[in-house]
Design a protein around this ligand. Structure first.
Ligand code: ATP
Ligand code: MG
Length: 611
């Protein structure tokens, strides 16, 4: 490829729309252009990177006996109704009607279509196991598309699905896929960690994510959207959405030790946050109870009480409340208006101090969610109430009572409520650094990570509702057991940039670079340089076909070097002022200084750099 023909223009300035490094560099280096929110053109350089990643995925998947196919992206609602996800998937599912008024959606993932296909074709245990995969466009109408290719709405995914006669067979395939994933990411030049994860919208029993751990960006922007909990003691690693952990017991949990021996109301002017309340009362957050009002599915109010120094983990909360009968699609914090309307209070002053006699075990007849407890208001309204495990052990603590500018201190649950709290508290808190590892007790650490892949043991989650059975070896009809395995191809590309760049631009891992080598003619008006450049271009292209770029532009050398660094080609051969003496410069993008190499030694020098 000649630079004079390449469809890629570089930008000198950092585009204002781009917050994270990968987004900035991919825009600046001419790899992507935005079409609309979360939707991009993948320009030729980008497409070559994506094809390289796809090729690695294909080789590894095929070697593990998986077979590639291609499923439709426009899918009928009927299939999604059969699995039950038409009702539960939420707004990420882009839905539409065709000219016959038939409802459909644009595929965010492919379990429904593949289960229907497997169900129709794989009727006997003799045909199992099978692993089928595709690489293609997905669409998810993300609430917050951001960070360029890291969280797009339209993106490319590899999704694989395996069918098995039983759980043991699935477990074997799952382990094989975990190894395949490790190899794929390694070959793509990505350092990843396999962590336990929550199965989310895909569902199923066991799942793991492959996380690329991110370093803190000096300008404070965090590209990793997940907190990963890990233990150096035993290797336990989990997404914070899934991580269990023990609260340390060294914190002050008994207010009487600070002199709060009796319950009383104290002024707490304008303490709308835990920090302000801590300062105002000079009491640690571990002695303050925090009440949060949520709205579930936009209509059902819910109160959660948690210790002041802790945060609710949204996925755990959703899992605690969700059932097939009462599905939870969305949970959000209540607005100031909703808080005022129900409790006539404002943020910072919500609390059940004077409502504790109205707390009861959730009555099955009035349950609208899977709540453990309920608070019955004076007007008869029943509000689901959840108690986080962090509240256990708190004595003589601080609690609000829905009145502005005051709190109750020295509070204890009454004799009738204390056992309810004790019996129904559940771990909803987000594990944080220093908490005890659930497996070995060592204090855990937390890092940020980008999820690049996810594997799931689905079990019969789809085959049961969709009625897929096969005849088993013993002659009975049974539901097939499934696994599924995803990799975000476009996210892998952006993650590679996050992990491999410097102040000047991208440093592509050799295996996925759009072109492996660039030959830069420093001065195209110098006939010798041009001739040597053209010759080397040919020589290198014969060893690395379709993998060499010749910078033959009539530009200043500095501009060409800047572009080469920005675009991130692994090896640069510079034909400059020593060309007349039969020498050119060769260097890898990773190192600063070039080596002076005789022209006939260039191919070998490049080979040794590319390995
Ligand atoms: P996330 O939690 O980041 O929204 P997910 O867990 O919903 O992702 P999966 O359903 O597990 O995603 O999809 C498989 C893979 O597809 C993910 O591991 C990720 O690499 C990729 N992926 C998912 N959503 C996006 C997106 N919006 N943009 C780019 N890649 C994505
Ligand atoms: Mg996932």
């Amino acid at each position: 490829m000649r630079m004079t023909r390449l469809f890629a223009s570089t930008l000198r300035d950092v585009p204002a729309e781009a917050e994270v490094v990968s987004h900035q560099l991919l825009l600046r280096a001419g790899y992507i252009r935005r079409v609309s929110s979360g939707v991009y053109n993948f320009l030729p350089l980008m497409w070559r990177v994506l094809m390289n990643i796809e090729q690695i995925i294909r080789e590894e998947m095929n070697a593990a006996h998986a077979q590639e196919l291609l499923l439709p992206v426009v899918q009928p609602a009927t299939l999604w109704e059969a699995s039950g996800r038409w009702a539960t998937y939420g707004k990420e599912l882009l839905r539409f009607k065709d000219r016959h008024d038939r409802e459909g959606c644009f595929a965010p993932t492919g379990e429904e279509v593949i289960t229907a296909l497997g169900g129709a074709e794989l009727k006997s245990y003799r045909q199992l196991p099978v692993n089928l995969y595709q690489i293609g466009t997905k669409f998810r109408d993300e609430v917050r598309p951001r960070f360029g290719l890291l969280r797009g709405r339209e993106f490319i995914m590899k999704d694989a699905y395996s069918f098995h006669a039983n759980a043991e067979c699935l477990q074997k395939e799952y382990d094989v896929m975990a190894d395949v994933y490790k190899r794929i990411f390694e070959r793509c030049g990505l350092e990843t960690k396999m962590v336990r994860s929550d199965a989310g919208a895909i569902g199923g029993d066991v799942s793991h994510e492959f996380m690329m751990l991110t370093k803190d960006d000096p300008n404070g922007q965090k590209s990793g959207e997940n907190d990963v909990i890990h233990c150096d003691g035993c290797g336990y690693a989990a997404n914070v959405e899934k991580a269990d952990g023990g609260l340390l017991t060294t914190t002050t949990l008994d207010g009487s030790t600070l002199g709060y021996t009796e319950e009383k109301i104290v002024p707490t002017k304008k303490t709308t946050t835990i920090e302000l309340l801590e300062k105002c009362l000079d009491i640690p957050a571990t002695l303050i109870s925090k009440h949060l009002l949520y709205m579930v599915n936009d209509e059902i109010p819910l109160i959660v009480v948690i210790r002041g120094d802790r945060n609710v983990e949204a996925t755990k909360l959703k899992n605690a409340l969700h059932t097939e009968e009462n599905p939870v699609h969305e949970i959000r914090l209540a607005t100031p208006e909703e808080l005022k309307e129900r409790f006539n209070t404002i943020k910072g002053f919500l609390g059940v101090a004077q409502l504790q006699d109205a707390i009861r075990q959730a009555s099955p007849a009035e349950k609208r969610l899977n709540e453990a407890l309920q608070v019955v208001l004076a007007n008869g309204e029943v509000i689901p109430f959840l108690v986080d495990a962090s509240v256990l052990g708190m004595k003589s603590f601080v609690i609000a009572h829905n009145k502005y500018d005051e709190h109750t201190v020295g509070f204890n649950w009454s004799a009738s409520v204390a056992p309810l709290v004790e019996a129904h508290a559940q771990a909803l808190f987000a594990v944080q650094a220093g908490d005890a590892c659930p497996d070995c007790g060592t204090p855990v650490t937390v890092s940020r990570g980008i999820e690049v892949g996810n594997i799931f043991q689905l079990g019969t989650k789809y085959t049961e509702p969709m009625g897929y059975t096969f005849s088993a070896e013993d002659g009975t009809e049974q539901h097939a057991t499934m696994g599924c395995y995803g990799i975000g191809v476009t996210r892998v590309a952006a993650s590679a940039v996050e992990q491999h760049h410097d102040d000047w631009g991208i440093i592509w891992p050799d295996a996925i670079a759009p072109y492996k080598i660039t030959v830069v003619i420093a001065n195209t008006s110098d006939a010798t340089q041009t001739q040597v450049g053209e010759d080397l271009y040919k020589a290198l292209a014969s060893v690395y076909p379709d993998n060499v770029v010749l910078d033959d532009r009539d530009e200043r050398a500095g501009v060409k070097f800047k572009d080469a660094d920005l675009m991130g080609f692994p090896v640069r051969v510079t034909v400059g002022k020593f060309a007349g003496e039969g020498k050119v410069e060769v260097k890898h993008r990773r190192v600063k200084d070039a080596e002076l190499v005789s022209i006939d030694g260039v191919v070998d020098a490049v080979k040794s750099l590319l390995g």
